[in-house]
Ligand binder design. Sequence first.
Ligand SMILES: Nc1ncnc2c1ncn2[C@@H]1O[C@H](COP(=O)(O)OP(=O)(O)OP(=O)(O)O)[C@@H](O)[C@H]1O
Length: 197
Amino acid sequence: MMSTLKTIRPLMFCGPSGSGKSTLLKKLLDDFPDKFGFSVSHTTRKPRPGEVHGKHYFFTEMDAMKEAISDGLFIENACYGGNLYGTSRKAVESVAKDGKVCILDIEVQGVKQIKKTDLNPWSVFVKPPSLEHLKQRLVARNTETEETLARRLKAAEEEMEYGTSEGNFDVTIVNDNLDQAYENLKDFVVKKVLSEL
Ligand SMILES: Nc1ncnc2c1ncn2[C@@H]1O[C@H](COP(=O)(O)OP(=O)(O)OP(=O)(O)O)[C@@H](O)[C@H]1O
């Protein structure tokens, strides 16, 4: 089972909430529908309108998720905004078994955990032009309360520090102009990630 994972390196995405990871990933999946698979994460947070169980996340309860983590079924997990988020090894394996690059969209804490596994992923940091831009985007997205907004912005400061430190990621994509950011991402993906397939 481990050898399946080693043959195709996952592509790990990290960046503060609101930096544009989902937006960039959607474009990538639209452009290369047969090359990538989204590993579906687990979370204890409540679904947002339109989110589908098993597609956007596996929505689960705190006790069940804690038990699965202690059973070693997760390659990473993080507590964020009062909720648990995590990626099961099974979710990553099922994408690799399909012959696709598994996309991992995770927080900094998760990045650090996955670096300790045998997955050897490519890593991309998505950086907002500034924390002020990030705040404006999160407000415009209309998904945050005053409290979750404040938490996400505080977490963003720490994530920016880790994300912009030399050597922590293979590439940093500054998401200022979306089209330009996507071109930069695509360039990296085509030259490095897809050339290995
Ligand atoms: N380059 C950009 N310029 C302006 N707005 C953008 C840009 N990229 C993304 N956005 C908008 O910013 C908001 C946050 O983007 P998105 O939801 O993709 O972030 P995220 O990093 O996936 O966040 P989370 O980790 O919370 O899921 C969205 O409303 C999106 O449409």
